[in-house]
Design a protein around this ligand. Structure first.
Ligand code: SF4
Ligand code: SF4
Length: 442
């Protein structure tokens, strides 16, 4: 019997953190001191009983003291809880053209290049959009729909409003599949847009259809314009604000998508509550830069974690919820094991030519391709993306945040390590920083 590798000592706070179970185990000072001394020891039960007396049972039950076998079983259980392999999301890349030229666009990264070079300027035909929705409904038809089940279609680009014919065809097909019962009634339709083209008449149809507008905006004018620029080189802030005004005045559901970089770090605790208040926002999403998509200062993930927590707190007071920071804290507090956050096992991405990928961010690598609309999904290609979890990674097994961490982004790992199953540095350091502030604060 030995002390588990998942036992982390917080002696000042009076507990051991069992990282696999996400549980604080409060113990007497004497026991904490003795455990610390026995870190590497292999001890028999009678001796442990003598050492720990009444607290021995607690140490066994909470997985602080374990046998090798017990620990292996605990890892296997947590790993299983972190896996979700049924397809529930569709990303429809209706165009690989954009009217903006953002400096940290994920498509600029070496793993993607979808908007540059030979593969730029592709448009999805309405027929391909219809076929893609039909293919998606075939994939989800036999899903287990119990629990908090969801299905989502994301209209994505480039800038998707540059191809409204494909968008409208896709929405119509979603409605058809819903009527046939092949997609759930509350299947969400989301458009990921820069909001600079909201004068298009198709936008009225999208609003009427209840489509959620996820709008990229990063800060007040000066800061936003540092990275989100039009093709002409001019900043896009004025156009984005005009777009938000239009969407807001028409009652659209708006979810701002804020990319946190060195440039807006200091501003977000002021900007986010302002934005929330200005447009009556209920939900928004702040994300750290995908690793490899922009230069950052040496302590960027830790600074981002601090500032994002401040921004989320201020926005929460106004009744708005941040999906990233708030759900990370929520997972930590719930003491549960997070499902892997990378969507590659749960979504399919259809590019304009009908190629199927597990994700939109890795087209150039060829690794993410799993088939075509014509030939269907190649199960061997997809299987490489299933069952990838943080529990195969030694660095993760030794990390106190393992239970609540989503394991990061495969594309971020690829850009940092040249492989999809390594550590995604930006997300990993961000998660650890959030964890440390949470565990030491109470
Ligand atoms: S690799 Fe995973 S987390 Fe990263 S962008 Fe793709 S689906 Fe999202
Ligand atoms: S990705 Fe990083 S934060 Fe997450 S479990 Fe692994 S080492 Fe910990």
């Amino acid at each position: 019997m030995r002390i588990s590798r998942f036992a982390f000592f917080y002696s000042k706070q009076g507990f051991v953190w069992q990282s696999l179970k996400a549980q604080r185990v409060f113990l007497s000072n004497k026991t904490l001191d003795r455990l610390a001394d026995l870190r590497k020891a292999d001890l028999k039960e009678p001796r442990l009983l003598t050492l720990f007396g009444d607290e021995y049972t607690k140490l066994r039950e909470t997985g602080i003291l374990v046998t090798d076998n017990k620990e292996e079983m605990m890892i296997a259980r947590s790993r299983k809880l972190s896996i979700s392999n049924q397809i529930q999301g569709l990303y429809l890349i209706v165009t690989t053209t954009c009217n903006l030229d953002c400096t940290y666009c994920l498509y600029r990264a070496s793993g993607s290049k979808s908007l540059t070079g030979k593969v730029a300027n592709r448009q999805m035909s309405p027929d391909t959009a219809i076929e893609a929705i039909h293919h998606f409904s075939n994939q989800v038809a036999n899903n287990d729909r119990s629990g908090e089940y969801w299905e989502q279609v994301t209209l994505y680009g480039g800038e998707p409003l540059l191809n409204t014919r494909a968008i409208l065809a896709a929405i119509q097909q979603v409605r058809t599949e819903q009527k046939l019962g092949r997609l759930v009634r509350d299947c969400r339709i989301v458009i990921n847009t820069n909001a600079t083209m909201t004068n298009d008449p198709a936008v009225d149809v999208l609003i009427k259809e209840g489509v959620e507008f996820q709008v990229s905006i990063d800060g007040f004018e000066e800061v936003h314009n540092l990275n989100r620029v039009m093709k002409s080189g001019n900043g896009s802030y004025a156009k984005v604000m005009e777009g938000l005004e239009i969407l807001h005045s028409k009652g659209a559901s708006i979810v701002p998508m804020i990319t946190v970089s060195d440039d807006n770090l200091n501003e977000i605790p002021t900007f986010v509550p302002w934005l929330v208040d200005r447009f009556g926002i209920r939900e928004y999403y702040m994300s750290v830069l995908m690793s490899g998509t922009g230069d950052t200062r040496h302590d960027y993930p830790e600074a981002a974690a601090r500032q994002m927590a401040l921004a989320a707190e201020a926005a929460k007071r106004l009744g708005a919820k941040d999906f990233g920071v708030c759900s990370q804290f929520h997972t930590l507090e719930s003491g549960s094991t997070s499902i892997s956050e990378c969507g590659t096992s749960r979504k399919i991405t259809v590019f304009p030519d009908g190629d199927l990928h597990v994700c939109q961010a890795l087209e150039e690598t060829g690794l993410s391709k799993i088939g075509t609309l014509r030939d269907g999904i190649n199960t061997d290609s997809r299987s490489a993306w299933l069952n990838r979890t943080r529990f195969e990674n030694t660095e993760c097994l030794d990390c106190p945040a393992i239970a609540g961490c989503g394991g990061g982004c495969a594309a971020g790992s690829f850009h940092a390590n040249g492989r999809i199953d390594g550590i995604d540095p930006n997300k990993c350091r961000w998660t650890r920083a959030i964890f440390e502030s949470w565990i030491t604060s109470g």
